[in-house]
Write a protein that binds this ligand. Structure first.
Ligand code: SF4
Length: 265
């Protein structure tokens, strides 16, 4: 990991990552989409599309930090060289920014497996910190994840489909992928499960696994675990790209409801 890059992300340097994302789009023509937007899209494609748009810079920043981290862990890149590229890119050097975008690009899933022990240790480190009462607000979901999720390497990787980089962060076991979902938003269990299964479709495709283990963790109740057979996620991607609205359980919590044609027509 580049210490400088993660410091910029922690400080919320949105302008820096926005500039890098613009460069990425010019050089590679790619949009960044979180796998949970694909989950939302199976319930309402418009919700998924708008959520993905809102999260794009954050997802790109996470994808970039992950690939830099993996490149350093696998000794493909030197941490000091990466820090120097980040510093130069942050001060407006476009050549350095281009070189930074190339760090770790093209790493394969089989190469990444060499970093699994380190990634599993990362999870164990953070799970030790998830003690005491749960925090409120944005840290609540992470707290439950580190406290209750299965101990596995959690890996970020992309399924590139047409011009979309669908970025999945999932647990990877020998013969399944694992999707943890915190059920803190008041939706029904079946809805969380459908969204988690769609995220599992993405991860299973990336990692070539034939089963998806789904963990739905309610706020004050035991976990609900189930298994799913993964399907081709391409139909989800097409629905997300079309972005049609579909009235349903997400409407109650939808921040875009005021502009939604499902309600205004
Ligand atoms: S209001 Fe409902 S139908 Fe419209 S975008 Fe939101 S979730 Fe979808």
């Amino acid at each position: 990991m580049s210490a400088l890059l993660s410091r910029l992300a922690r400080k919320g340097e949105e302008e820096f990552f926005t500039r890098l994302l613009e460069l990425e789009k010019r050089e590679y023509g790619l949009r960044y989409i979180p796998a949970n937007a694909v989950g939302y899209a199976v319930v309402c494609p418009r919700y998924g599309a708008l959520y993905a748009e809102e999260r794009e810079v954050a997802v790109f920043a996470r994808a970039l930090m992950d690939r830099v981290k993996y490149a350093v862990l696998l000794r493909i890149a030197d941490a000091k060289v990466v820090d120097s590229l980040v510093a130069k890119a942050a001060s407006g050097d476009s050549g350095a920014a281009r070189r930074l975008l190339d760090v770790g690009r093209g790493l394969t899933t089989s190469e990444l497996q060499r970093a699994f022990d380190d990634l599993k240790r990362d999870f164990e480190h953070y799970s030790k910190a998830a003690r005491g009462p749960p925090p409120h607000g944005s840290a609540e979901e992470a707290y439950h994840f580190y406290k209750y999720a299965e101990v596995l390497p959690y890996v970020g990787y992309a399924d590139v489909w047409e011009d979309m980089v669908i970025y999945s962060i999932a647990g990877v076991a020998d013969d399944y992928v694992y999707v943890f979902k915190y059920a803190g938003g008041g939706l029904q269990y079946e809805i969380y499960k459908a969204m988690a299964a769609a995220e599992g479709d993405v991860a299973a495709k990336i990692w070539g696994r034939r089963r998806v283990k789904i963990h739905i963790q309610p706020r004050d109740a035991p976990p609900r675990l189930s298994w799913a057979e993964p399907k081709d996620p391409a139909p989800h991607y097409k629905a997300l790209r079309r972005g049609d609205c579909r009235r349903g359980p997400l409407c109650r919590i939808c921040p875009w409801r005021g502009d939604c044609e499902c309600f205004t027509i």
